[in-house]
Design a protein around this ligand. Structure first.
Ligand SMILES: [Cu+2]
Length: 220
């Protein structure tokens, strides 16, 4: 084969590979999970209720993946991390945490930050720090300076949840806190615990794919 033909062949193969990668990108990485509106309460503030599960279970595309779920205004659990919140509003967050601990890679995140009063409430007890080995996940909105550690359930707990949505009679921690939204915008939120079991450094799979351990607060 002449050098010129090799060049043409190389360009053609490169173009096909690029095309296939572009198609894969469109199909896998630009699909948005459904947008879920947080519920407004009578006092004008907003209630956002989430749960974190250790494994989604057989009803989902990735049964073994960790994920957030969000409760809609009808009280239904939706597998999504695309959350609509009103601008410049106090948001009361409740996170039901059903997964076991992985521990923080960076102990800096053991201290809640950016919440009202700089505290969180874990199972009815107000705390301003947790054991750095305790978190299963974090709820963090870097742009708003919000970092909340979510302690894991004990490894020997009975009645642990193995399929989403988990229910209140299953082993969990209830973490509540409040924060204030700023002006309209799209604010990324994510987990900072390397919680993706079975993936490189715990940071692949559900830690990278939109809709599992990260998402957006759509502030409108
Ligand atoms: Cu996580």
């Amino acid at each position: 084969m002449t050098t010129r033909r090799k060049g043409i062949l190389g360009t053609a193969v490169g173009a096909v590979v690029l095309f296939v990668l572009s198609v894969l990108y469109v199909f896998y990485f630009t699909i948005q999970p459904p947008r879920v509106q947080a519920a407004a309460d009578a006092s004008g503030s907003t209630q956002l209720t989430l749960q974190t599960v250790g494994a989604l279970g057989p009803d989902y595309e990735h049964p073994a993946w960790v994920s957030y779920l969000v409760e809609n205004a009808k009280g239904e659990w939706i597998h999504s991390t695309e959350i609509e919140l009103p601008a410049n509003t106090l948001v009361h967050v409740t996170i039901l945490q059903y997964d076991s601990a992985t521990g923080l890679r960076n102990p800096f995140f053991a201290r809640p930050q950016g919440t009202i009063g700089g505290v969180i409430d874990v199972d009815g007890k107000e705390v301003n720090i947790v054991d750095p080995q305790a978190p299963a996940h974090t709820f963090a909105v870097p742009e708003l300076g919000v970092f909340v550690p979510l302690p894991g359930v004990a490894g020997d707990a009975s009645n642990t949840c193995s399929a989403a949505p988990c229910t209140l009679d299953q082993a969990h921690h209830t973490v509540t806190f409040s924060f204030r939204t700023r002006g309209p915008g799209r604010y990324r939120f994510q987990c900072f615990v390397p919680c993706a079991a079975g993936y490189y450094a715990g940071n692949g799979g559900p830690m990278q794919r939109y809709g599992y351990m990260g998402g957006y607060l759509d502030v409108v």
